[in-house]
Design a protein around this ligand. Structure first.
Ligand SMILES: NC(=O)c1ccc[n+]([C@@H]2O[C@H](COP(=O)([O-])OP(=O)(O)OC[C@H]3O[C@@H](n4cnc5c(N)ncnc54)[C@H](OP(=O)(O)O)[C@@H]3O)[C@@H](O)[C@H]2O)c1
Length: 334
């Protein structure tokens, strides 16, 4: 099959379309004929092999997995042993480790059926960032059970999302606003309108010196790690929660220093400081799919590009030019 691969770490120039073996489903997995995918921060990090410490998992000298991409939407073509809730021909979306290809394999529990009325462009916009946003918001609800997908306690809460114009941020704003939260989002000047479109009540221009983000937040979802923890903590309500969910940081250690700082500060305050490690979860994705189906959340799409132009798509993403999700059309992989 055709796939977008890279044999070495580096920039988008490393990406090429090549023939690779079709995946075979293992126990608990399904194979999907990919219709659409999307570009994530994780794809850019994995392309470059950054932070370098992550190469311990992704391949020290060169990437152990040549195919990039995580979000997928498409049709099930093969089902592994033990999979009972998905069948051949089902239209599903979810998160794979190798999505930029004609076929992709993923754990059945990381997938959800695409609700009627949601097209394959919208469906590919949701998995990784949507599930991350759901889990970040839930983590911020004091007292909510880990398995509780009900975000209604967000009603009336004051929520700050930093990096609100990004993939996770736009969905976090939209999901929180759909549940009645009063959301402030930070972004660069050119993308403030997007954050408003997603449902933010207030926006703050991160490029404007001296801009006031506000105070008294019940929940801060920090997606950038660029404000100091001390600054963010002064903006929390006395029993508020800060959820740190950023992969950004230095090129060697990435977010590790920030993660350590969040843990240390949490021990010394009555406020709650948490680090999110999002996990694939088809049930969270299904819950988000219902919000989209019911018109309560609308993913914002930058545009659709041929998957064969994945290098240009990553360039656009890394240059901060995307206004919403960049979708890749896997039927154009020639
Ligand atoms: N915890 C987890 O398990 C998990 C899961 C998924 C993603 N993540 C991480 O969460 C972060 C957000 O992911 P994403 O996919 O939404 O990334 P994204 O689409 O790149 O969004 C990040 C946003 O940060 C803003 N930004 C860029 N440079 C900045 C700076 N110097 N100061 C302040 N803001 C800046 C950008 O918006 P403006 O330029 O408009 O401000 C950008 O839209 C990434 O670091 C990703 O690795 C973590």
């Amino acid at each position: 099959m055709r796939a977008v691969v890279r044999r070495r770490y580096g920039g988008p120039e490393r990406l090429e379309v090549a023939d690779v073996h079709e995946p075979v489903p293992g126990a608990g997995e399904v194979v999907v004929r990919v219709a659409t995918s999307a570009v994530n921060a994780a794809d850019a990090f994995m392309l470059r092999g950054e932070p370098r410490i992550a190469r311990a998992a992704f391949g020290i000298g060169r990437p152990s997995q040549p195919v990039l991409g995580r979000d997928i939407a498409g049709t099930v073509t093969a089902v592994g042993e033990g999979v009972t809730d998905l069948a051949l021909g089902d239209r599903i979306h979810g998160e794979s480790d190798a999505a930029w290809a004609e076929f992709a394999v993923l754990p059945a529990q990381a997938a959800a059926r695409i609700p009627r009325g949601i097209d394959l462009v919208q469906a590919a916009a949701l998995p990784l960032p949507g599930v991350t946003a759901m889990q970040a918001l839930r983590m911020g609800l004091a007292g909510a059970a880990a398995s509780d997908r009900d975000l209604t306690p967000l009603d009336g809460r004051k929520v700050l999302v930093t990096g609100a114009s990004g993939n996770v941020g736009l969905l976090a704003v939209a999901i929180a606003a759909a549940h009645g939260a009063r959301v402030t989002g930070t972004a660069s000047t050119a993308r403030l309108g997007l954050v408003q479109q997603a449902g933010a009540e207030h926006v703050a221009d991160r490029l404007h010196p001296g801009v006031d983000y506000g105070v008294g937040f019940d929940l801060i979802v920090d997606l950038t790690g660029h404000r100091t923890l001390a600054d963010l903590m002064t903006r929390l309500a006395p029993r508020g929660t800060l959820v740190s969910s950023t992969g950004a940081g230095g090129r060697t250690l990435g977010p590790l220093p920030r993660i350590a700082a969040v843990g240390a500060r949490d021990l010394a305050t009555r406020r709650h400081l948490r680090v999110l490690a999002a996990r694939r979860d088809g049930a969270d994705l299904a819950a988000l799919g219902r919000l989209v189906r019911d018109g309560r959340v609308t993913p914002i799409i930058d545009g659709v590009m041929p998957m064969s132009a994945a290098a240009d798509a990553v360039r656009r993403f890394e240059a901060g030019q995307a206004h919403g999700r960049i979708i890749l059309d896997a039927t154009r992989l020639g």
